[in-house]
Design a protein around this ligand. Structure first.
Ligand SMILES: Cc1nc2c(=O)[nH]c(=O)nc-2n(C[C@H](O)[C@H](O)[C@H](O)CO)c1C
Length: 153
């Protein structure tokens, strides 16, 4: 089992390093890292991690900025990542933290780390322990900020 980590230099936090640190706490798997300039470069990095470097699942980590052009960029990158999943039949866990989700740089750093770590656990579950995800179905999990919990009638 090999997990790929694709991340960017545009991000203001070392999301790839954090993801690798978290994965190593939960599983003994091979890890391949591929760093690109920005989120629009992630789809091909993921495809290469899967097709050329033998990854079974990839995490795509990035930080869209707060300008309108960055939001468009994030949407385009997401579409590329979805297409890559369909072309390769492998999961890509997209971990995007929009810069304006946080009120300041301190909260941004916290959110980027928290969301990355929680999705790294999801990546391990998806790759190795799918039953763990089944147990969490419908429980209102969120990555980063608080879970919202299940809705009750
Ligand atoms: C406008 C823009 N916004 C972002 C962004 O919010 N986050 C990010 O990671 N990268 C951005 N980029 C860079 C592109 O994703 C890409 O790296 C370049 O267009 C080079 O292919 C661009 C060009």
């Amino acid at each position: 089992m090999k997990i790929g980590i694709a991340d960017t230099t545009f991000a203001r936090v070392d999301m790839g390093g954090i993801a690798i640190d978290e994965i190593r706490k939960h599983a003994s798997v091979g890890i391949e890292r591929y760093v690109v300039p920005g989120i629009k470069d992630l789809p091909v990095a993921c495809k290469k991690l899967i097709e050329e470097r033998g990854c079974d699942l990839v995490m795509a980590l990035g930080m869209p900025g707060s300008a309108e052009k960055d939001r468009v960029c994030a949407h385009e990158a997401s579409q590329g990542l979805i297409l890559c999943q369909l072309l390769t039949n492998k999961h890509i866990i997209e971990v995007f933290v929009h810069e304006d989700e946080a009120k300041d740089a301190k909260e941004l750093a916290w959110l980027m780390e928290q969301r990355t770590r929680e999705h790294a656990v999801n990546a391990v579950r998806l790759a190795l322990r799918p039953k763990d995800l089944e147990r969490l179905a419908g429980t209102g999990q969120r990555q980063g900020f608080e879970d919202v919990g299940p809705a009750r009638p």
